[in-house]
Design a protein. Structure first.
Length: 548
């Protein structure tokens, strides 16, 4: 009897301590990494010989049944073996001209505690003998490898949700240049989001989860737009104006539905403190996990759109007027078809592309002016003592022609990091962009550039160009901190995007999340908006006259 008891204890000990239990999240996190790595690195998979998505869907049930890390690791080992042998071609030659940027690159997870030494060695061998293709990174680069495969997945199916998550996570893992400046490690985001993906009860729930994941990129280029479909909330209604958040209050800055705003006595300068009994501070807080923004300035700009939209037409709004709080029961409308921009269109017609201000100061609205207008602008403003270029908007690719006027010689203003497809996850430093030309008759006055949180991407890039002029001063506030191109991804039910290349100053100073740092910081105030003043422009005019 004692021998039997001892034998059972020994067996129990082997079961308990010889094998390590593994959770579903641990298994799926590791599977995601291995599947994505093989997708981009294994010669047969990256070469397109296999239906890699189907292979994942076929393996998921086996992975789900695995109880220990030994079982799990063996499934992955066997999966790799089934793909066939990998030809040894190492060392892979890399030309001397290539300089790598490796802040995003990390394959140390090969030594995952859940992997056997044999599996880790297989992964390392594949890295060293990876797929070598002829594809170069460009505007049409498909980081998903056959993006069309992901158009028609059924997100009510758990396997399809996992597949879509794996595909998206690995695109960012290998082809997002700013992964290294995220607030949270991308691995940690995967661990957090996986349980939400597996438990999503509908396609709409899944889209919301994906929006939360995309928000972790901390990239203002990132949007995740959910298309209208059956399970989404039906009623979409909008406040008839937009605004700016100042001191945790929402200040109306522009009317978008003219007659609707007039009916409710809404005007620029009105201060909103609550919507449906939630303070603006609460609304700012509760939307943080749904919006991707490079910095706080960009977040506060983007969150306004979410705050001023409702799933119900009946909305209660609290205003602060003349020191008193007033609550108004409003009806919001989906006014995009009948009322949208009726005021704004009229305002745009009145705007001038460029003009002469008092005291011989020029002003250029970069949102409106186009390349064909530049010769007339130069002729009108070339004798001014200063020109204010208003870049608190999105310009029309006019940087080169304007820079030729401002600069006395050609200068480099930006350099880039590009993904290196033959070694996914690694980036290379690339030659940058120059602006200006040899011009003894270049503009000799002060160059003033106005910026704020609405200055994003091309606007920031254009500001970098204008900074090469001999006498440039940046006035305003922190920009969106999002430079580079936007890579678009369109799927069934939702659309998203991410930044594809890294943008830096020629001395390699970063711009992502930081933005273009103003020489003189000025932010609008509630009082200024109510008085109809442009405080940033006013400060620029003071600087032009005083040099201070």
């Amino acid at each position: 009897m004692q021998k039997i008891t001892l034998t059972l204890l020994v067996l129990f000990s082997q079961i308990s301590f010889g094998y390590t239990k593994i959770t579903e999240t641990e298994k799926l996190v590791s599977t995601c990494k291995v599947w994505g790595f093989l997708k981009y690195y294994h010669p047969k998979v990256a070469g397109g010989e296999l239906n890699w998505d189907n292979q994942l869907l076929e393996k998921l049930p086996k992975i789900e049944r695995a109880q220990t890390k030994e079982e799990f690791s063996l499934i992955l080992e066997n999966w790799i073996d089934e793909l066939g042998s990998v030809k040894e071609i190492a060392p892979i030659a890399i030309t001397k001209e290539i300089e790598f940027f490796d802040k995003n690159f990390d394959l140390s997870w090969f030594n995952n505690k859940l992997f056997s030494k044999k599996l880790s060695k297989k992964l390392k061998f594949i890295e060293e003998n990876r797929f070598q293709g002829n594809e170069e990174f460009g505007p049409d680069f498909d980081a998903l490898k056959k993006i069309k495969n992901y158009y028609n997945l059924d997100y009510n199916n758990k396997g399809s949700r996992i597949l879509m998550l794996f595909a998206y996570w690995n695109v960012i893992e290998y082809y997002f240049p700013y992964k290294y400046v995220m607030d949270q490690k991308w691995d940690q985001s995967l661990k957090q989001i996986l349980p939400l993906v597996t438990e999503a009860e509908s396609d709409y729930n899944f889209y919301v989860v994906m929006r939360k994941l995309s928000a972790k990129l901390n990239d203002s280029h990132v949007e995740l737009m959910i298309y209208p479909f059956i399970s989404a909330p039906k009623t979409i209604a909008y406040f008839p104006a937009t605004g700016k958040i100042i001191d945790e209050k929402l200040v109306v800055t522009e009317i978008l539905g003219d007659s609707l705003a007039e009916a409710d006595h809404i005007k620029p300068g009105d201060v909103i403190t609550k919507i449906n009994d939630k303070t603006v501070k609460q609304l700012i807080s509760e939307n943080r996990d749904l919006i991707s923004a490079s910095n706080e300035s960009a977040y506060l700009d983007k969150v306004v759109k979410r705050i001023l939209v409702s799933n119900s037409e009946n909305v209660t709004v609290e205003f602060l007027k003349n020191g008193k709080y007033q609550t108004k029961s409003m009806i919001w409308y989906d006014y995009h078809d009948s009322h949208r921009n009726e005021f704004k269109k009229g305002a745009i017609k009145k705007k001038e592309k460029f003009k002469l201000l008092e005291n011989n100061i020029g002003y250029v609205d970069m949102e409106i002016i186009k390349v064909k207008h530049i010769p007339d602008m130069i002729e009108a403003l070339k004798s001014t003592k200063a020109i204010v270029f208003d870049l608190r908007n999105y310009p029309n690719e006019t940087y080169a022609e304007i820079a030729n006027f401002l600069n006395s010689k050609e200068k480099k203003f930006a350099i880039y990091t590009y993904p290196y497809p033959n070694y996914p996850g690694r980036y290379t430093w690339e030659e940058g962009t120059n602006c200006g030309t040899e011009n003894k008759n270049n503009y000799k006055g002060k160059v003033i550039v106005l910026l704020n949180e609405e200055s994003m991407s091309q606007a920031e890039w254009t500001a970098m160009c204008f900074q090469t002029a001999d006498n440039t001063t940046i006035i305003g506030s922190q920009t969106a901190g999002t430079d580079g191109n936007a890579m678009e991804l369109d799927f069934k039910g939702f659309h998203t995007r991410y930044t594809g290349i890294g943008v830096y100053y020629p001395d390699r100073r970063e711009t992502q999340r930081i933005g273009i740092v103003p020489d003189i910081e000025v932010k609008p105030t509630i009082k200024g908006i109510q008085e109809g003043r442009d405080e940033v422009l006013e400060r620029a005019l003071v600087f032009i006259e005083t040099g201070k």
